[in-house]
Design a protein. Structure first.
Lengths: 418, 418
């Protein structure tokens, strides 16, 4: 009979509305495997928690609180942007991780993050082998940006897509009611990939309905063509609703958000594609405008999460545990689409090395020839991902989100001098 | 037996998530009064529709579509910011309105808007009397800003309050998950009154939870005190979540949003308190920050409307018709609170003249002595207004909002030369 080993789970990078649903899938599944899994730890602030030996003992949390993770946004154990470098450059860190794992008899490591984290998980897997430490490392995909390859889509994306589509629909109706407002710009996330902006396109049946324009980071921003499109939309439909990715760039590669706006002190104005575009529209067309920047609101909007996304996030967490217990080292569960309509998907597997450090951008076939809208093929891809509502419970008018106790396990090693 | 007369309903000013619920209340109630009400018209783009004799014949809409107005945001007939001046200055316009009313035998006029609109309704009532035209003019309160006097609260406010409270709660959890982000600023509406910003305070039980700071237009913005508060919050709670009203002003009366930021062309940067505050924080404290501007998203977010607000908006519409039919000229229905907990309210009546042109700001007793948070009294006032969810129906992942046919009645007068 196999020896019982402990499990370590960590969240990485920007959080999402459903990363805790994945955590819920991990913990609930692992709790059922009492024969193989001993303690279930989570890293306090992700991988940094492992480096500092700050392991949260999830065994202290009630079944009810763990179940509530399914409907709670954010990262319940804390997340962090912390990228380990190459094995050569960060040797001490990788060795420290393996020492902590050894001290706490971690036999299963599940790393919940994007492309960088899949790379880190892969490297940890390699170092552990080289140090002759027996551990199964499994990735668990997460990113609102939807930019991981191999998997059909990423948990976290469907919910931000739904938020952006619903918000665009609602703001578009508002703008349509107000004949004096001619241009509305919604800025959404997506530094390098325009998936989130593309999702705004689901708000209308075609370009005659808001959004009339979508600005992708994949398409160089041409100010003259943009202005011509805005003017055309206002003349045709009486207004122009725009969904703009934060990451759009000018043909010279500079971010539009950073091009030239300075405050009274001469500092470059940080962030804000939307106000910058609004200023261009005002200067060249003189239209009355409004703009919104969704920022964290979009990725934490659990109140309007996609049911498909929640189910997939949970299923990925569950599958990661199953793979870890089966010893499928250096891999991750992925989502495989088997049908667009009716939408069908299943859990597949991929190697961490296939997913690490590859950005999946919006392909040409998903963007119209003029560069300002989504194609029907893109719509077929996106539409299933926002299906269904999965409302959290409410109390006194607000969602009842859980806050865990997050008690740390006793340390066994000297403090980390990282 | 009283002669049947026609009814004219118009929406005015910025729309809300529930102004159509009021329209629904008006039309459904008037449709039941076949003995007294003939045609039910709505102004295409509010009062401008009356001036242009563009009267939408709501009789062309199905009962089902009218019922769907209850869950559809925006202004279904179009709204407009158009303020009639004094009776002396705008005599021709007032006379034109009465002529249009006379041509279409309008016996009941219901004007759905804020303080300005209540003033306009009141003036129309006076001019009609002076022209010996028999009409009952009734107001129907609406404003996200919650700044009307007499009524305990305004339809439209409860839903934006819920949106802001939920968004602050969710973004606060997100920020709390990301140890590197120290400051988050959510900019909300409220040019002169800080009710919407105050509602953000419902997200936390006290100042130890997000939001840690609330910036009201009622409190002059003191940059040094603001910076000290931000620093204190970050040191105490590891981050600082701020809800800022767009209308905050410096002690000299200038809007913070407009103070000094210029683009590359030297234009004053329009709008955006949040990026401006972020820039101040960056310059003086160097913290990593994020900011969001909700703009139209907050007032059109029907997907997360307050059930109390929807019910009140509908009830006000219904009451306005009853008052019109009862000949309660120059008045409007108001919301009267009879108990905080359990929350109880009833429909009352007020005179248009009491409500016109008076702005109800957040009183001193609702703002803490330091000027950066809400008091318990404020919480007791606000809490009931966000109670309950009233989700719209969904199809393919998106709310099913109705779009009316909006067919115009045949004109009877020469074109308006306004």
């Amino acid at each position: 009979m196999k020896k019982k080993r402990n499990l370590f789970y960590a969240q990485s990078g920007g959080v999402t509305a459903v990363i805790n649903a994945s955590a819920c899938g991990v913990i609930e599944t692992a709790r059922k495997e009492k024969g193989q899994v001993g303690k279930i730890y989570a890293g306090r602030m992700g991988i940094v928690g492992a480096l500092r030996e700050e392991l949260i003992d999830t065994g202290k949390e009630s079944a009810r609180d763990i179940a509530a993770l399914r409907h709670t946004p954010g990262g319940a154990f804390g997340s962090v942007r912390y990228k380990l470098k190459s094995i050569q450059e960060s040797a001490a860190e990788y060795q420290r991780l393996v020492e902590v794992f050894r001290a706490h008899d971690i036999g299963y490591f599940i790393y919940n993050g994007g492309g960088d984290s899949m790379d880190t998980a892969n490297k940890i897997a390699q170092v552990a082998k080289s140090m002759d430490y027996d551990i199964t490392c499994v990735g668990l995909p997460k990113t609102v940006d939807n930019d991981l390859p191999v998997t059909d889509n990423c948990p976290g994306f469907g919910s931000v897509a739904k938020y952006v589509a619903v918000s665009t629909l609602e703001a578009g109706i508002d703008v349509g009611s107000m004949p004096q407002t001619k241009v509305f710009i919604l800025e959404v996330m997506g530094r390098h990939a325009g998936w989130i902006a593309a999702a705004g396109g689901l708000a209308g049946k075609d370009r005659s309905e808001p959004p009339h324009l979508i600005l992708f980071p994949e398409v160089p921003f041409d100010e003259d063509r943009f202005i011509a499109k805005v003017k055309d939309s206002v003349e045709r439909y009486d207004n122009c609703v725009i969904v703009a990715s934060e990451g759009i760039r000018r043909p010279d590669g500079s971010f539009v958000a950073e091009s030239g706006t300075r405050d009274a002190f001469g500092h470059a104005q940080l962030g804000g594609v939307a106000p910058h575009l609004a200023e261009i529209v005002r200067g060249r067309l003189g239209y009355k405008f409004h703009w919104a920047v969704a920022d964290y609101l979009q990725r934490s909007a659990r109140h309007i999460a996609s049911k498909v996304d929640v189910e997939q996030a949970y299923a990925m967490g569950k599958a990661a545990v199953k793979m870890a217990l089966a010893g499928v080292h250096g891999s991750l569960p992925v989502i495989v689409r088997t049908s667009d309509d009716p939408y069908r998907w299943k859990v597949g597997q991929a190697k961490l090395s296939e997913v690490a450090n590859v950005e999946k951008k919006v392909p040409k076939k998903y963007i119209t020839a003029d560069g300002f809208y989504i194609t029907e093929a893109c719509r077929r891809y996106l539409a299933p991902l926002i299906q269904g509502e999965d409302y959290p419970p409410y109390k006194n008018g607000l969602p009842r989100y859980v806050r865990l106790k997050n008690q740390l396990a006793k340390k066994k090693l000297p403090d980390w001098q990282g």
